[in-house]
Design a protein around this ligand. Structure first.
Ligand code: CNA
Length: 236
């Protein structure tokens, strides 16, 4: 167990966690940039092209082929990192989880205040009438999923080239500004504007739990290179 991290957690009352795809790799969901991540698998187009607004609008069927295959992972379960964060919130020492993930695993673990910067694959809506559909509807559909009204259904996910939701960003910013400890985990900190939010933290307990180096390592007060699930399972 990392003793410094354990001590800081015991001393803190307003922990905020800022995470990314690496939080869910131990739940069996591949991230983007690890060696076995989606960027290192072969597709006709790079994932950031397929997961862009323009591609969705122009080649919707191809988007959904990739999306069903790689983004809609069925049966994934929260791992010890998700569970520990939910426990800290319950104990009143963590104020919020800010995540770039779209898999819903923090809520499945029991976390209540979760700012989903990039939306969620669990929510989908008709672009014509606004009706909502769950992930099972998308999984069980073929080709381009359609609403009863005939409109095309779009995942409530922020694609490349789309704006983040204002309310979500404001909530996340406020939580980070007021945090007495910021734990950043499982993120390459390379997707903006999300990664820029960590600059709002003004304290001196910024912890980075990531398997590989990030462009912001020099800002961290403590760096842990262990797998995040394993690391969190040992924390108080
Ligand atoms: P990324 O760029 O793929 O980076 C992931 C980082 O996590 C890398 O630096 C890895 O070294 C690190 N990492 C991987 N596994 C672990 C582990 N077990 N313990 C510690 N560190 C680990 O992913 P980011 O989240 O930074 O990039 C942002 C994108 C990825 C967001 O837009 C997400 O929506 C998108 N994404 C989300 C999911 C998901 O919801 N689970 C999956 C794949 C991609």
């Amino acid at each position: 167990m990392n003793e410094t991290l354990a001590r800081w957690i015991k001393e803190s009352r307003r922990i905020v966690f800022f995470g990314g795809a690496g939080v869910s790799t131990e739940s069996g969901i591949p991230d983007f940039r690890s060696v076995d991540g989606l960027y290192n698998q072969k597709y006709d187009y790079p994932p950031e092209t397929i997961l862009s607004h323009e591609f969705f609008m122009r080649k919707t069927e191809e988007f959904y082929r990739f999306y069903r295959d790689k983004m809609l992972i069925q049966g994934a379960k929260p791992n010890p990192a998700h569970l520990k964060l939910a426990e800290w919130e319950q104990r009143g020492i963590l104020t919020a989880v800010v995540t770039q993930n779209i898999d819903g695993l923090h809520q499945q673990a029991g976390s209540k205040r979760v700012y989903e910067l990039h939306g969620s694959v669990l929510r989908n809506y008709c672009m014509r009438c606004g009706r909502f559909y769950d992930d099972a509807y998308i999984r069980n559909s073929t080709g381009v999923p359609k609403c009863e009204c005939g409109g095309t259904i779009k995942p409530d996910v922020v694609l490349y080239g789309e704006n983040l939701d204002n309310d979500v960003v404001q909530g996340a910013c406020a939580a980070i500004e007021q945090a007495d400890m910021l734990i950043i985990g499982g993120t390459s900190l390379s997707v903006y504007p999300a990664a820029g939010l960590i600059d709002l933290y003004r304290g001196s307990k910024l912890v980075l739990v990531n398997r590989t180096a990030t462009p912001r390592d020099s800002r961290a007060d403590l760096i842990v290179r262990d797998p995040i699930g394993q690391c969190f399972s040992e924390l108080p």
